[in-house]
Design a protein around this ligand. Structure first.
Ligand SMILES: [Zn+2]
Ligand SMILES: [Zn+2]
Ligand SMILES: [Zn+2]
Ligand SMILES: [Zn+2]
Ligand SMILES: [Zn+2]
Ligand SMILES: [Zn+2]
Ligand SMILES: [Zn+2]
Length: 1756
């Protein structure tokens, strides 16, 4: 046992441990008053175990409590050793058919959209995977904690209620008494002990006194030990609590954070322990500190024994949960104990007591007892019912407590309603037995704001945050009502009818209070002073939408209920309509010989409200009468005589007129609140129970009225009656230009009115109104959405109304109207309308917004043109009305209707008429079309004996009435056909006239009276002319459009590039890549002879290179003595190639980067967007940016996407993030590059050359020893030092570069040094050149790896920008020595060479050849060699030395490969017999074994060895080829630009290596043998061959992002099991997966913040510093979102590589469709990472979306 601080504890523990649980239990079995004995035992022992110190000691407490407190109880319960007894119980127990697994926060849950009774029915992952639903349309969500798996609940699933595990076996009887398995004794004992401990636990948890205990539990001696207990509330922030605690109890910040975290999680935590005084003092400080603005934090000073008993009470509840898990019988006993009514306690039970105290308990206690309820009462079918009754009885009280509490719903017992009310049988029982529906609605009404206006309607106050909070809580009642209503009854009983209708009546009372709320009056003259409150009312409406719909569905399922509900609704509606507007005298209206008395009401002058829920419910029920045919079967039961159609339409019409007037601009002074209301009125979330129902009410009313009267009422309410009644209106307004505003207003009102007529007659797609099915309705919605444009699944879902189960019904029908188009690498899958469905398009579809309408119109016209059709958009053929609505078609031929059409057409025909608009004409034509179609349809369906009354054609052929004598409508249309100003509508007019002709013919045929075709030929002629004109017009339009597009282009291009950057870049890169390689393909030398380096290097004559500066647009040639041109570029550290992510640069100031380790742990990468500028242009650009940013930052204190102070800027052309520039240089320059004249015969061998080199190095060293730290060897006449012939250390080469180029060389070098080592810039540091070579080598290696992974050929397939970048970078690295100290570089060279060839210097021991990356070594050697060679005037060319160096390093690498080759023989089968290479490899390996002391494994096969060498050396050869290509500019053989089998040989030839690589060793055996001996003898190599250390083997495998599972829920599950590593087993709130190393992190959370460079950072940022040198790619598992981070300030979100079946991502996991890995997208993500483009991507994202800049990325 761990030593504890207090002396006393161990002795007590020891004493306590000596007790025997068995003995205690035996005593209890004998007891006469068991309660007293148990209480006594607890009173004695609980305070001794719990709460002995300021901090809890859970391990110790746990152990003691189990032994002394729970042990005896278990003994007592079992009557024997519990270990034995419990096992017996478990065996006897039948496994439950209910899964009941309680969900953890973040755990994945599954629901089936096909089979779940409602969306709250969920399965745990295990059950789901074993269920039938995995093949269905399932939905996946993450649990917010609480709730349990419904597997096995037959009421929750329409089919497949059991998973394989929970399926009942055939022999089991369904209902079996679980007590049957227990003995009588056992039952008795269980009752006894459960009753005592449950009561004890309940009493303790609900105990409110701070200093006293219930009788029987008072401690024997009371010590002065108290706790200062801090409670959670939802008012104070984390920060406030932490700050207060630091002040009040004097703790560190860390302790305070820990306290605050626990308070937040458990609901309370003791923050101080000591005597009463001491604790009281802390309490005072806390209360004082937190009471300033809000109510203070809750703090109590509690006696330690009280706290101890409460702690044990919690433990007991957990214990009970556990014990009943063993046996269904015990569970039932506990349920019985819990629900037993106690006569001494007002007949309430323990369960009641807990529930009623719920809001007073702290979070932790609530959670525990809720879970106990779930595992006991809710798991026992019998007691679930009894519990449901208790819950319903207490319902009102519980809800009231909840509303007044401030904890979230998931911590309230009211949250259990979902477990009870959603069970259909329980819900039904509660409605009938407990009148639940009425209770819920009544409670809701009582809690809703109590203010009403003078008419008794709701009147909400300003919607403040506090109010919104309260309001939200009240709304949970609506949620409960929804649960109750969610499954419709399949059978009705009289009792159910009675109770439902009772509830319905209360519901009507609720709606009545909403009818007419928030009325508005038009503001004239002045703008309103304050926007009136509107949100609360709309929130209420929105929340009730589904309830209203469900009420109707319930009504529809029973005839008697429907009739009764209809009656009740009508009564309430009539009550509502006895409002104020009816008081005035009616007026009489006359038109076309019809006369109508109407009330005097003007929307523009009187009050109007958009809230009419009673009217709308009534119209909903009215449609149901038609749909269910009740109207035809029981007309005598309906109160039809009480209906007054004009009254019914009044209020809905006001709403429609209000919308029209708002649109006409008449309500501008009423502000935005009205605009918002109108918006929501039409919005998909509300329209079903608002706008749609208003229209239905108009249809219902009109169907019962004289159509002329209906239209006159409409004209009157639109305030247009006088206009149409005044024949001169058109002329008069045409001449009066004075009142343009009024004119325009009236025009819009007329348009809106015409639209309304269209809708009343034409909207027939509601089942019950028209003869359609619900599927037709959805199909039509989808068709009209897709007429706008192709849409993604989620877009369609958003545009369609959802039912209470969040279903739109779309999946059922979508296939019949649309094709699915799969997504590409970006974007999402889209549905495209089937062509044959376009004929159903109605341009005046009533759910289109104005924007939708014009978009759809444009798209459809375009489509028709593309298909070579005319551009008329005629009305579609409509389904028939149901009989109840059938009379509506008569509107289409009524007198007033014809009069309206004629009047408008007359205005159009009239010369100089101004009182009409094209939209008006369009609508009139549409209406005429509808009339004609109606007539045609009737003609077609008419049979001999039915006489059809519809005769539109003959009516429109008649001329107008006297005295006007105006032409007929038909005549006017014929006139208009040729009007030049109506070009756009010509096709439509043509269509109308054609249809007219068709109908005429049909009539003639049926009348069989031949009629002369009047206009036959003229039509034809006119058509021909028209065609000609048409073509001309189209050509002109096309020209104008082209011009317009050209003008827009330049403006848009920028915008376009921004938006489609990715696409743009890709195509650009492809273009560039193909063009850039073209000249290289045309070498002067035959391909086979191309050699990249050495004395036989192919001569190249570099073309003159002229480039343009993107800033000043001037051209310039790249020359050594010209002004510098530079590439914008970005230097970053990289771990992309790392084989060891744990190794980081610890002490950058003293770090020696000369030798790169073979694990490539941390490299420096340089990339560029490829855009070229003058160095001076760039400098002035950068200065300007810097100045601007400094000003901006001072003024606004904002972040930017780039850090100017760190030298960052955006490329002026493409806005790519950059932090330095690379100077462009002509091909590599060396002092004697022209000197190639010596014949090959005089070329020194390797050993000769090495000897000479060492002599030269010796001279240089001696000079340096004499004159350290000087770089001026010119006057250092090497006295006393023997110099070899031709070696002139006194001659310093002249630097050929212009000052400007020199400056840029230094600039880039310093930046590389600064970023690569993360140090302060210092261009004098000797490590600067090393960093330049290193970044060159690393960037080449990264490129080579990337090409290999992409399986692209080595050459010719890089995007141009990368090709340019590598060339420029290599040349820069090769030239950098010209601006550094020669002596420094010479020293580096000496040290580099010493790895391979030992020198005399014993002060610095070089690393062994196992610990050096050979490519880095090669690049550094080759690039530093000129500093030695520049003194050499012997005539040996630089190329000779370079080739020798290359051969030497290559041989070293082969040795490296053989040494580290896997010691077990690989299982490749030998493919050929051993040739020269194989034999040589065998010999060499044998030598190496010898040199290394025979510790290497014996390998028998030369073939295998040669394969190792060949595959192991490939990456090195490929890198070398890239390097020498870019260094010397030698073109590449064509074969290397394609994938092919002979790359090894081609590479060797290109690199001037023998094709038999092993022959290198034979040629140079004199030199290499002793060297190898030395290499193998090194201590590190020795310890490796002995197996004491590891080493990298070759080829190094490419790094990839981690493998992700195909099914996203696997990740969710993994994340839900992940616990925060710092706060001991807590669930992490934002588990985040590192895609580079696979580590799971606890992100965005206080608990896992660490300090990094003096700042607090979140787990992700901290992780990037070790895993990715500051750059990271993460997957936020709960959000399904990729996170990019770079440094502390940069980050962005990126779409995840997981898609649903519709090709869409689900960021935030809102939709819950199953998600699967999209491999292509993941590969793309990986490519971004491998190409070092993460930071760039972030930069672009932040530029595009400024809000990203403000996020505190470092806290993630
Ligand atoms: Zn389950
Ligand atoms: Zn199951
Ligand atoms: Zn299913
Ligand atoms: Zn320039
Ligand atoms: Zn650029
Ligand atoms: Zn990682
Ligand atoms: Zn954490």
């Amino acid at each position: 046992m761990a030593a504890t601080e207090s002396e006393e504890v161990p002795s007590i523990s020891k004493f306590l441990m000596d007790c025997s649980p068995k003995d205690i239990a035996l005593n209890w079995l004998q007891a006469t008053d068991l309660t007293k004995d148990v209480y006594h035992h607890l009173a004695c022992n609980v305070p001794k175990i719990y709460c002995r110190d300021s901090n809890p000691n859970p391990l110790n407490e746990e152990m003691l409590a189990q032994h002394i407190l729970l042990g005896p109880m278990e003994w007592y319960l079992c009557g024997e050793d519990p270990a034995v007894g419990m096992t017996k119980l478990e065996k006897a127990n039948k496994s439950s058919q209910l899964c009941g697994r309680v969900f953890k926060i973040g755990e994945p849950t599954y629901s089936c959209r096909d089979c779940a009774v409602d969306p709250t029915c969920v399965l745990c992952m295990e059950c789901f995977l074993a269920s039938v639903h995995r093949e269905h349309r399932y939905r996946m969500t993450t649990s917010s904690g609480g709730g349990f798996c419904d597997c096995g609940d037959t009421e929750a699933w329409k089919q497949g209620p059991y998973c394989l595990k929970h399926e009942p076996s055939g022999s089991d009887a369904l209902e079996e008494d679980p007590l049957a398995h227990l003995s009588e004794d056992m039952i008795g004992r269980a009752y006894n002990i459960f009753a005592i401990v449950f009561k004890y636990a309940v009493d303790m948890l609900t105990w409110v006194e701070e200093d006293r205990l219930p009788s029987g539990l008072e401690p024997l001696e009371k010590e002065d030990t108290y706790y200062c207990m801090l409670f959670n509330d939802e008012v104070h922030t984390y920060e406030q609590v932490i700050y207060t605690l630091q002040k009040a109890v004097n703790c560190t910040q860390k302790e305070a954070v820990s306290f605050a975290t626990t308070v937040d999680r458990d609901g309370r935590r003791s923050v101080r322990y000591g005597d009463f005084q001491y604790c009281e003092q802390a309490k005072t400080v806390i209360v004082r500190n937190t009471s300033r603005q809000t109510k203070p934090l809750k703090v109590q000073v509690m006696h330690s024994s009280v706290v101890a008993h409460q702690a044990f009470a919690i433990k007991l509840l957990l214990w009970l949960s556990q014990v009943i898990g063993y046996s269904g019988g015990l569970r039932r006993i506990l349920c019985q104990v819990g629900l037993q009514q106690r006569p001494d306690e007002d007949h309430s039970s323990l369960v009641d007591k807990l529930m009623l105290c719920d809001s007073k308990l702290w979070k932790g206690a609530r959670n525990i007892y809720h879970q106990l309820f779930m595992s006991s009462l809710l798991m026992d079918l019998k007691y679930k019912k009894l519990f449901a009754v208790r819950f319903a009885k207490n319902y009102e009280r519980l809800q009231t407590d909840y509303v007044n509490d401030d904890h979230d719903r998931e911590f309230s017992v009211t949250d259990l309603s979902v477990q009870i009310f959603t069970v259909p049988s329980l819900a039904r029982m509660l409605i009938t037995e407990e009148n639940l529906m009425t209770t819920i609605i009544q409670t809701f009404m009582d809690h809703l704001m109590r203010q009403r206006d003078s008419h008794g309607r709701f009147q909400f106050e300003r919607y403040t945050a506090i109010q919104a909070f309260k309001f939200r809580r009240v709304q949970s009642l609506i949620g409960d009502l929804k649960y109750v209503l969610v499954s419709k009854p399949t059978e009705w009983t009289d009792k159910l009818r009675e109770k439902f209708l009772e509830g319905f009546e209360v519901f009507l009372q609720l709606l009545k209070r909403m009818q007419g709320m928030d009325p508005v009056t038009r503001q004239v003259g002045q703008h309103i002073e304050m926007e009136p409150e509107w949100e609360a009312a709309f929130t209420l409406q929105m929340k009730l939408t589904h309830i209203i719909s469900m009420m109707q569905e319930w009504c529809a399922s029973d005839e008697r209920v429907l009739i009764e509900a209809y009656r009740k609704c009508l009564i309430v509606l009539l009550q509502c309509q006895s409002g104020p507007c009816d008081g005035e005298q009616p007026i009489t209206l006359n038109m076309c010989g019809h006369s109508l008395d109407s009330i005097q009401y003007r929307v523009s002058q009187h009050q109007v409200s958009i809230h009419l829920p009673v009217s709308r419910l009534f119209s909903g029920l009215h449609v149901l009468l038609s749909k269910t045919e009740v109207a035809y079967r029981f007309p005598e039961l309906l109160p039809l005589s009480e209906l007054s159609p004009p009254l019914l339409i009044e209020h809905p019409l006001h709403c429609m007129v209000l919308c029209a007037q708002v649109h006409a601009g008449m309500w501008r002074r009423n502000g935005f609140s009205l605009v918002n209301q109108i918006y929501y009125y039409h919005n998909v979330k509300c329209r079903v129970e608002m706008y749609d129902k208003d229209l239905i009410m108009l249809q219902a009313g009109a169907s019962m009225m004289d159509p002329n009267h209906f239209l006159m009422t409409i004209l009157c309410r639109f305030e247009l009656f006088h206009i149409f009644n005044n024949p001169d209106y058109g002329k008069r307004f045409g001449s009066e230009h004075t009142n343009k505003d009024i004119l325009q207003q009236n025009n819009i009102l007329i348009e809106e009115m015409l639209h309304l007529i269209m809708m009343v007659v034409g909207e027939r797609y509601t089942a019950g109104v028209g003869q359609v099915s619900p599927d037709d309705e959805i199909k039509r919605e989808i068709v009209h959405q897709l007429c706008i444009r192709p849409m993604a699944h989620s877009e369609l879902v958003k545009a369609l109304p959802e039912d209470e189960n969040r279903e739109t019904g779309m999946e059922k029908v979508i296939e019949s109207v649309a094709y699915f188009k799969k997504p590409g690498l970006t974007g999402r899958g889209l549905y495209e309308l089937k062509r044959e469905c376009a004929k159903e398009f109605n341009v005046f579809f009533y759910h289109y917004s104005r924007a939708d309408q014009s978009k759809a119109e444009e798209a459809q016209r375009k489509l028709r043109k593309q298909n070579g059709e005319d551009t008329a958009l005629p009305p579609p053929v409509l389904p028939h009305f149901c009989p109840l609505f059938a009379s509506l078609v008569n509107i289409l031929q009524s007198d007033v209707y014809l009069y309206i059409l004629r009047t408008v057409l007359q205005w159009v025909v009239e010369p100089n008429g101004h009182a009409w608009t094209e939209s008006m004409l369009q609508r009139v034509l549409h209406l005429i079309g509808m009339s004609l179609l109606e007539e045609k349809q009737q003609l077609e369906s008419a049979n001999e004996d039915s006489d059809f009354t519809f005769n539109f054609t003959s009516k429109v052929s008649r001329p107008g009435e006297a005295p006007e004598n105006s032409p007929s409508i038909l005549a006017m249309l014929e006139t208009l056909q040729n009007a030049p100003h109506l070009e756009v509508y010509k096709d439509m007019i043509k269509w109308v006239l054609k249809l007219f002709g068709v109908i005429k013919k049909m009539r003639e045929r049926s009348n069989s009276t031949p009629v002369v075709e009047i206009e036959g030929h003229s039509v034809e002629e006119c058509l021909r002319d028209k065609d000609k004109a048409d073509r001309k017009r189209k050509a002109e339009i096309a020209r104008l459009r082209r011009e317009k597009i050209m003008a827009q282009m330049s403006e848009m291009q920028r915008h376009f590039i921004d938006e489609n950057r990715e696409l743009f870049q890709q195509t650009l890169e492809e273009l560039e890549a193909s063009s850039s390689t073209a000249p290289d393909n045309n070498p002067i030398v035959p391909d086979a002879a191309l050699i990249a380096l050495g004395p036989r290097q192919t001569k190249v004559f570099e073309k003159k290179q002229v480039v343009t500066c993107i800033l000043c647009q001037e051209e310039q040639e790249i020359k050594v003595n010209n002004k510098a041109m530079v590439l914008a570029s970005f230097v970053q550290r990289s771990t992309v190639l790392s084989k060891n992510r744990t190794r980081t640069i610890q002490d950058p100031e003293n770090y020696d980067p000369l030798f790169m380790q073979p694990d490539l742990a941390c490299g420096t990468h340089i990339g560029s967007c490829g855009h070229i500028m003058h160095a001076h242009c760039w400098q002035s650009y950068f200065d300007a940016v810097q100045a601007k940013e400094q000003r901006r930052q001072q003024r606004l204190r904002v972040h930017t996407s780039y850090d100017v102070e760190n030298g960052e800027f955006l490329c002026p052309l493409c806005e790519c993030l950059s932090n330095t520039v690379i100077p462009l240089l002509p091909s590599s320059w060396s002092p004697q590059s022209s000197d190639n004249s010596k014949s090959f015969s005089s070329v020194p061998t390797l050993s000769q050359w090495l000897k000479c080199t060492f002599q030269q190095l010796n001279v240089l060293r001696k000079i340096q020893e004499k004159q350290p730290a000087s770089d001026n060897p010119s006057n250092a006449s090497p006295e006393g030092i023997e110099t070899p012939e031709g070696f002139r250390p006194d001659i310093k080469p002249k630097n050929p570069y212009s000052d400007s180029i020199k400056e840029m060389l230094t600039t880039l070098a310093t930046a590389t040094y600064k970023v690569g080592l993360k140090v302060h810039p210092n261009d004098q540091d000797p490590r600067v050149p090393i960093m330049c070579w290193g970044s060159c080598a690393y960037t080449i290696q990264a490129t080579e790896r990337f090409l290999a992974d992409e399986e692209k050929p080595l050459f010719g397939h890089l995007p141009c920008r990368q090709d340019d970048c590598l060339k420029t970078l290599t040349r820069f690295a090769a030239s950098h020595w010209t601006v550094s100290f020669l002596s420094v570089v010479q020293q580096h060279y000496t040290r580099l060479l010493s790895v391979l060839v030992p020198d005399d210097d014993k002060t610095q021991i070089p690393p062994s050849i196992l610990d050096v990356d050979m490519f880095h070594l090669l690049v550094s050697l080759v690039l530093s060699f000129p500093t030695v060679h520049c003194h050499d005037f012997t005539g040996v060319s630089l190329a000779v030395g370079v080739l020798h160096l290359f051969h030497l390093v290559t041989m070293a690498h082969i040795v490296q490969i053989l040494l580290t080759s896997s010691t077990e023989e690989n299982n490749m089968d030998q493919e050929s017999t051993d040739g020269d290479e194989e034999a040589a490899a065998f010999t060499l390996y044998d030598k190496l074994r010898q040199y290394s002391g025979s510790a290497l494994n014996f390998m028998a096969s030369g073939w295998h060895l040669w394969q190792y060498v060949k595959t192991g050396i490939m990456p090195y050869l490929r890198c070398s080829a890239l390097f020498f290509h870019y260094l010397n500019g030698v073109p590449v053989p064509v074969e290397l630009q394609e994938n092919g089998p002979h790359h090894f040989e081609l590479l060797c030839r290109y690199l001037s290596l023998p094709v038999n690589l092993m022959s290198l060793f034979q040629t140079n055996s004199d030199t290499i043998e002793p060297l190898m001996q030395r290499w193998c003898g090194a201590a590190e190599v020795q310890s490796f061959v002995k197996g004491e250390r590891t080493a990298i083997s070759y080829p190094r495998e490419s790094n990839k992002l981690i493998d992700l599972p195909d099914d996203y829920s696997c990740l969710i599950n993994r994340a839900s099991c992940f616990t925060c590593p710092k706060s001991g087993g807590d669930k992490s709130r934002a588990p985040t997966l590192c895609l580079v190393c696979g580590g799971m992190l606890c992100s965005q959370s206080y608990c896992c913040q660490t300090e990094l460079e003096g700042e607090d950072v979140g787990a992700c940022t901290a992780h990037t510093y070790t895993c990715g040198c500051g750059v990271g790619i993460f997957l936020r598992v709960r959000e399904s979102q990729v996170l990019f981070l770079a440094g502390k300030t940069k980050g962005c979100f990126y779409p995840p590589p997981y898609l649903d079946d519709y090709g869409e991502t689900d960021q935030g996991l809102r939709r819950g469709n199953p998600l699967h890995l999209c491999k292509e997208r993941y590969r793309k993500l990986q490519k971004l990472w491998q190409q070092h483009s993460i930071t760039e991507e972030i930069g672009h994202a932040q530029e595009a979306n400024q809000t990203l800049v403000g996020i505190d990325w470092q806290h993630l």
